[in-house]
Design a protein around this ligand. Structure first.
Ligand SMILES: Nc1ncnc2c1ncn2[C@@H]1O[C@H](COP(=O)(O)OP(=O)(O)OP(=O)(O)O)[C@@H](O)[C@H]1O
Ligand SMILES: O=c1[nH]c(=O)c2[nH+]cn([C@@H]3O[C@H](COP(=O)(O)O)[C@@H](O)[C@H]3O)c2[nH]1
Ligand SMILES: NC(=O)CC[C@H](N)C(=O)O
Ligand SMILES: [Mg+2]
Length: 534
């Protein structure tokens, strides 16, 4: 199926991904590519419209950072946002200047004249009858001369040209950021642009996408065998359900129990996938192997490396077994992964060198060592689209809306040396915390505290403290509860859980988990802390 497509050219803004999110919410397919893609690429992409993102750069300092000429030759509508507006102005004959008045944050913008983009889109009206918009601004430079053919579309007192349009050519530009949620009508504007102005149909719907994805997987894979690392997390579960829908028993899922999973996780995953979906799942009991190699190791990075290495070992062994068991000696030719669009965007192009805070581990990097081709059916989707797809595939809501769980599991939630007895205590304490979060409804929003937090878990501290229970002295371990709210996991705030909830969790853990006599709550944000403790 051919979808109508929007091309987003990225000039390096921090919020380019959000443009794509908003366009997808308007049910229009779009992709983000670097601003300097080749003209052939643009022609082949065949967009119905193009959006130019913001940037940290200035047009009068960086003379190379421009939209390719093809953008203006293609004859499709173009929307410039912030730097995208400034480069549009400069490239089409207007001008941009440095301004001593920087605007950062909330602003009120007045709409001028009638344009297809802003007509009827407003937050309030002034006494004089001007339509006003509440927006988010982040700029120092501004357009000072309109390019020929353009008219004024919006202004603020300090930025007289805050929006401009050449409607005959379908060119629109705004100095503010419609992609961030602080711009209240931003969603409406982007929807207007992609559907109303570019004429995209709005055919990007997850329920319909299943059929298309299934056909594509069948075509790619043919009659070959696929293996997939199944973690019970959202991405790998949805990938498994989708691939299973496409090729049935040609898919073998490998679920590795390293002894560091959540309570009852192994049973839950097997019931779901083997029991309900009738997918082939190999349940690898590898607790001894992982625990054996972790014995005596206390350094967090070393623990992560060992766990990553053992994942690879298990996979190699399972792939070899599969090959040996296959009478036709074909064996698995494909490794499926739950890679999603943010993974693709974050690992592509414009990344700067960053310090290693911790080495995240999953089974990425496997294909080279295994000699398998890579199957990544979710690589075009954002997390919430993956979730919608999961629901459309019939996975239960609770599974699809789970908090993420790191590959190394409880291995990075037991500080210092990992021991089976610590894991057993932690599993039970964590289970109580999650159960109470799921049960407790916030009156103001009507949502459970599980849904109001992005990630919540319990950390085991290998220190003992003194307590008193039933008139006797206890000398037992301490756990910390952690609950955070975040949209991207790059920064996070600790969640302001109700005291009554914390009280119930604490008293249940201390009463029900013998071996723990003290519960604390982690009140650190990221940064400077990280979400996990190791
Ligand atoms: N216990 C495991 N057994 C098999 N594969 C695993 C296991 N843990 C992690 N993986 C693999 O590592 C990948 C990356 O893990 P990651 O936690 O980023 O994603 P996820 O578990 O699929 O989803 P979520 O982000 O919701 O936890 C998984 O998709 C899965 O293929
Ligand atoms: O698949 C994963 N493998 C890992 O090794 C790993 N380490 C951290 N995380 C998750 O990443 C997010 C950010 O965590 P940090 O603030 O602790 O770095 C949080 O959601 C963490 O749970 C991992 N996920
Ligand atoms: N966010 C942006 O795109 C800013 C563009 C430009 N550097 C300015 O400050 O005006
Ligand atoms: Mg996971």
């Amino acid at each position: 199926m051919q979808h109508d497509k929007i091309l987003i050219l990225d000039f390096g803004s921090q919020v380019t991904q959000l443009i794509a999110r908003r366009v997808r919410e308007a049910q229009v397919y779009c992709e983000i590519h670097p601003n300097d893609v080749s003209e052939d690429f643009i022609r082949a992409f065949n967009p119905r419209g193009i959006i130019l993102s913001g940037s940290h750069a200035s047009t009068y300092e960086d003379h190379q950072l421009r939209a390719p000429q093809q953008v203006w030759d293609l004859g499709v509508p173009v929307l410039g946002i912030c730097y995208g507006m400034q480069t549009m102005a400069v490239q089409l004959g207007g001008s941009v200047e440095w301004s001593d008045h920087r605007e950062f944050g909330y602003a009120e913008v007045r709409a001028h004249g009638h344009t297809k983009l802003l007509d009827g889109v407003e937050d309030f009206r002034t006494a004089e009858g001007h339509g006003m918009l509440k927006v988010w601004m982040s700029h120092g430079d501004k357009v000072t001369t309109l390019p020929p053919g353009f008219k004024l579309m919006a202004s603020t007192p300090s930025c007289p040209i805050a929006g401009m349009a050449d409607e005959a050519r379908g060119y629109y530009a705004v100095q503010f950021h419609p992609e961030v949620t602080h711009t209240l009508q931003g969603h409406a504007m982007l929807d207007r642009f992609v559907r109303g102005i570019c004429g995209c149909k709005g055919d990007w719907i997850m329920g319909d996408y299943i059929e298309e994805a299934v056909a594509r997987i069948r075509e790619q894979v043919g009659d070959e065998e696929v293996i997939l690392g199944l973690s019970g997390g959202v991405d790998s579960s949805v990938a498994a359900a989708l691939i299973h829908r496409a090729i049935g028993d040609q898919l073998t899922c490998v679920f590795v129990d390293h002894g560091l999973l959540r309570l009852n996780e192994g049973r839950m995953v097997m019931e779901m996938f083997a029991g309900r979906l009738h997918a082939k799942v190999v349940h690898v009991e590898a607790a001894e192997q992982f625990m054996g190699h972790l014995q005596g190791v206390t350094d967090p990075e070393q623990k992560r490396k060992i766990i990553g290495r053992e994942f690879v070992e298990v996979f190699k062994a399972e792939a070899a077994k599969l090959k040996a068991a296959d009478a036709s000696a074909k064996g698995a030719k494909w490794l499926a992964q739950g890679t999603i669009y943010p993974d693709v965007v974050e690992s592509g192009g414009t990344q700067t060198k960053k310090a290693t805070i911790k080495s995240h581990h999953n089974v990425g990097g496997l294909p080279e060592q295994l000699g398998l081709k890579l199957l990544e059916p979710l690589r075009e989707l954002f997390k919430d689209e993956v979730r919608e797809l999961g629901v459309a595939l019939g996975l239960p809501h609770d599974m699809v809306y789970r908090h993420p769980f790191p590959g190394p599991g409880l291995g990075v939630r037991i500080l210092g040396e990992v021991k089976a007895e610590f894991a057993a205590l932690l599993q039970r304490a964590d289970h109580i915390f999650i159960e109470e979060l799921r049960k407790t409804v916030d009156e103001a929003t009507g949502k459970t505290w599980y849904d109001l937090t992005s990630q919540a878990f319990t950390v085991f501290l290998p220190v003992k403290s003194v307590g008193v229970m039933g008139d006797g002295r206890t000398y037992d371990y301490v756990v910390a509860l952690r609950a955070v709210q975040t949209s991207d996991f790059m920064t996070a705030d600790w969640a302001e859980l109700p005291y009554s909830l914390l009280k119930r969790v604490s008293s249940r853990i201390i009463n029900e988990v013998r071996g723990i006599n003290r519960v604390t709550y982690d009140v650190s944000s990221k940064p400077p802390a990280t979400i996990e403790w190791e």
